[in-house]
Design a protein around this ligand. Structure first.
Ligand code: SAM
Length: 242
């Protein structure tokens, strides 16, 4: 599957389609993720945040506006392999000024070890070809005591709504993709990639195998999405304190 081709193609209408397909819920999920970041820990520092698979830059935008409301300084880097998604992100955040954009994959991040305080990936982990490598690469670039956040769809929703959600995912997404974007294939890929993604429990195990500690997750809106968190331990001490 040529995922980069898909994202290059959907980039111009990606935001509009997200609003339609999630009924706007993705804004709430992204805000929940940004609210969960350890803001208090960095009151007197300028943390470096890597928004991996940044797409059109929604998370970076929310982080910058949250930092502004807290009067905190922050350095945001947005990484994505799709030049067309990055072009949309640059346009969206052109007045923000403080973002550094990187055209690269989650599996090969062109940053030195321990370069970032917070790594986050929103609706991106599902798309990486080698998830194990991406999770290890995340650990490599995060500083000891730093944190990992992943916002992603889950393959299982609450049993009470599964009867409606499964047909929506399987048939509704490609139908709406055809109707609004004239691109059913990309939205068939979306449906398939959600079904193939590990459950929250399995993803927690993958995070642990990749070397992350203090792994936890919370599900959102009847389990449609989940936020996973993890910490990089300090070497030898086994502690995650900074
Ligand atoms: C569904 S979009 C999510 C965009 C954004 N984070 C958001 O939440 O709106 C998925 C993004 O993952 C990117 N992507 C695909 N393969 C990737 C990889 N191997 N490493 C990093 N990003 C990747 C795509 O280019 C796309 O921009």
């Amino acid at each position: 599957m040529d995922t980069q081709g898909i994202f290059d193609r959907v980039a111009p209408y990606y935001d509009k389609m997200n609003d339609i397909l999630s009924l706007g819920l993705h804004h709430r999920w992204k805000r929940t993720l940004v609210e969960s970041l350890p803001w208090g820990q960095y009151k007197d520092q300028v943390p470096v945040v890597l928004d991996c698979a940044c797409g059109t830059g929604d998370l970076g935008q929310l982080i910058l506006s949250k930092a502004q409301s807290l009067e905190q300084r922050i350095c945001v880097m947005g990484l994505d392999p799709s030049p067309c998604m990055l072009a949309q992100a640059r346009m969206k955040l052109q007045d923000a000024g403080q973002v550094c954009w990187i055209e690269a994959c989650a599996e090969h991040i062109p940053l030195p070890e321990e370069a970032v305080d917070i790594y986050l990936i929103g609706f991106g982990l599902r798309n990486v070809e080698n998830r194990k490598q991406a999770l290890q690469e995340a650990l490599r670039v995060v500083k000891p005591g730093g944190t990992f956040f992943c916002l992603e769809f889950t393959p299982e929703v609450h049993p009470g709504v599964n009867w409606a959600y499964q047909p929506y995912r399987r048939y509704g997404l490609p139908f709406l993709g055809r109707l609004f974007a004239k691109d059913p294939e990309s939205y068939e890929y979306l449906a398939q990639s959600i079904a193939a993604f590990p459950s929250p429990v399995l993803l927690s195990m993958e995070l642990s195998q990749a070397g992350w500690s203090d792994i936890d997750y919370k599900t959102l809106d009847l389990g449609i999405a989940a936020i996973h968190t993890g910490t990089k331990q300090h070497e030898n001490t086994g502690s995650t304190e900074t």
